[in-house]
Unconditional design. Structure first.
Lengths: 276, 330
């Protein structure tokens, strides 16, 4: 692939990324919220672990690490439509999107990726430092985010997080395309919101669901957003299992990208730019 | 060979209809009724390289639909269109790289970015080499006098300033065709003049083909030698504006200020258009009744303070043209 070919997509990625970094107040508010949510979820988890009978498939310490990682990377969760695209659709400015000499799907994909990645970059670092190092120093070690058990686990986790960015962008782009039909993105937001949050493992870590559901939960696309990387992090998934998890993430990403590309072509053929 | 060749373009939109009230809304969930709107009903024309053509027509006539088809972002229901040998909607990416488009009601600049950042983003999106971009941008910036605006975010610009930047943005990749959809809408007199001047130079000096859709007849008179009048999805007239003026300027107005109050007044050969106090406005056809005959009839019976004869303005001309061709939407 030559540089000229991807130049427009890199440009829109960089522009959106830099623009997103300007929203400092939103980032600060996000950090506070996620910190608060994480704390409440951890308290609920410890209550379950203290009173529950039988053995859980992950330890409380692992569940806590799982929760903090989830909160730190919450910005990557594809739970809503890009408000910029929703506005564009309502005002008819989408016409200009079609006037660009680019493949609109990849153009929107780059835009979605910048949006998710920038939002996460600003929020994740403070939260990660806070819940690991600061907690440890403050004597809250039991509640803290633990380091990964091995370098291998860390390396696989980083790889898996790269896949999360791509998978999340693919799902976000699908949501954005759906706005072409619905005009307002709000209905879609309501549906995907709960679906994504529960099935990714954000509310309850997926390993804590009943055993009979485990296989189905593992292969559904949303596990690749939170559950797979987080379990790789503390080596609950390691070696071949970890690689299988990453392969699953990539497979879902490619499948959803193919679907998105198909839908984009189909929708844009029948789009009716309103007014004017 | 013409640069743009359009033949028998049809475009039908399918719209879902909403029923009234709660029952209607519930029914709509089960079955939708659709309404079909024929936006274009067989449009044909051709355009040579370097032409500057005006396109006018009432709201809903199909102008925007036609422009969107020519730009490649809308596919017609049937018909043929070739621009520089390309079928716009089939070769969209290839096509849009070689045209410039300005929709006066929208902006293609990034709202929160300084103008120059938007320009550089467009440079990358259109894959313009830096060596080519720099001189083009410099020329556009000085011609449109936007040096002072380059570092302001777009949201802080006035409409006139924004429109000048938008036009520059549309020309950064040196397209050979420029589509302008109501570029002067809402602009003050100075901005309009500056914009017209720029469009004229672009067309004359650079040989850019310009298609200008507008409601502003002054735009048309100042710029376009050839005009397409569109109504009800058809091209009603294709030709120079002067010819149309000659054809439709039958009716004249006679405005009379009487010296005393008069009651109902009827004069042979003229119809009363309006009355305000002692002023009465008549309409007459000079081909049927000569102006001097009309005036002598009036002065015979009434005292007159002042009178004037007016030719219809170009707006009135067009309005009467639309009405007589049934071009105005219901």
């Amino acid at each position: 692939m030559s540089v000229t070919l991807v130049r427009p997509y890199l440009a829109i990625f960089a522009a959106r990324f830099l623009m997103m970094l300007q929203y400092r107040a939103a980032a600060l508010a996000g950090i506070a919220t996620q910190f608060w949510f994480g704390a409440i979820m951890i308290m609920a988890l410890s209550a379950f672990y203290a009173s529950g009978r039988g053995s859980a498939s992950i330890t409380l310490a692992e569940a806590i690490t799982y929760t903090w990682l989830g909160q730190a990377f919450l910005g990557l969760l594809p739970w809503n439509v890009d408000p910029e695209i929703a506005v564009m659709m309502r005002t008819g400015n989408v016409a200009y999107e079609r006037l660009r000499p680019v493949d609109t799907y990849f153009y929107w994909f780059a835009r979605a990726m910048a949006w998710r990645a920038a939002a996460t970059l600003v929020r994740s670092m403070p939260l990660l430092i806070m819940t690991s190092a600061v907690f440890e120093l403050a004597g809250l070690g039991d509640w803290s985010l633990r380091p990964p058990p091995s370098f291998e686990a860390l390396a696989l986790f980083v790889l898996s997080m790269v896949a999360v960015v791509l998978l999340s962008s693919a799902i976000t782009t699908l949501l954005n395309i759906s706005v072409v039909w619905t005009i307002s993105g709000q209905g879609i937001n309501v549906i995907t919101n709960s679906l994504v949050i529960i099935l990714s493992g954000m509310v309850i870590p997926l390993p804590l669901f009943p055993d009979w559901a485990q296989r189905a939960l593992f292969v559904q696309p949303f596990a690749g957003l939170v559950d797979i990387p987080n379990r790789i992090y503390f080596a609950n998934l390691s070696g071949g299992e970890a690689l299988a998890g990453i392969a699953l993430q990539i497979a879902w990403t490619l499948a959803l990208m193919a679907l998105g590309h198909l839908l984009m072509t189909h929708t844009m053929r029948r789009i009716q730019v309103q007014g004017g | 060979m013409p640069q743009i060749a359009v033949q028998d373009l049809f475009k039908t939109y399918r719209l879902a209809e909403r029923q009234r009230g709660l029952v209607g809304a519930a029914r709509g969930l089960l079955s939708r009724t659709h309404r079909y709107i024929e936006a274009l009903k067989g449009v044909s024309f051709s355009l040579d390289r370097g032409e500057l053509v005006g396109m006018i027509g009432p709201n809903g006539a199909g102008k925007s639909t036609l422009i969107k088809i020519l730009c490649g972002i809308l596919e017609p229901s049937s018909g043929r269109c070739e621009i520089d040998g390309r079928v716009p909607w089939n070769e969209r990416i290839h096509h849009v790289a070689r045209i410039g488009v300005v929709f006066g009601q929208r902006t293609q600049l990034w709202w929160d970015l300084p103008v120059i950042d938007s320009f550089e983003l467009l440079r990358d999106i259109y894959r313009v080499p830096e060596a080519k971009f720099r001189p083009t941008a410099e020329t556009l910036i000085s011609l449109l006098r936007i040096e002072q605006l380059l570092h302001q975010p777009v949201r802080q610009l006035s409409l006139g300033q924004r429109m000048r930047c938008d036009i520059a943005a549309a020309m950064l990749h040196s397209p050979s065709i420029l589509f302008l959809d109501e570029p002067t809408i809402g602009l003050d007199a100075n901005s309009k003049l500056a914009l017209r001047d720029f469009i004229k130079r672009l067309n004359r000096d650079k040989g850019v083909t310009v298609i200008l859709a507008t409601h502003d007849m002054q735009d048309i008179e100042a710029l376009a030698e050839r005009v397409l009048i569109i109504g009800n999805g058809r091209i009603l007239r294709d030709g120079p504006i002067a010819a149309m003026r000659a054809e439709t300027s039958g009716e004249r107005r006679l405005v009379v200020d009487f010296s005393e109050d008069i009651g109902d007044i009827a004069i042979e050969g003229a119809t009363v258009l309006s009355r305000t106090g002692r002023r009465v406005e008549f309409a007459f056809d000079p081909g049927v009744t000569a102006a001097h005959a009309l005036i002598s009839r009036l002065t015979a019976d009434h005292g007159i303070e002042d009178l004037s004869i007016e030719e219809p303005t170009i707006e009135e001309l067009i309005a009467s043209f639309y009405t007589s061709h049934g071009a105005v939407e219901a």
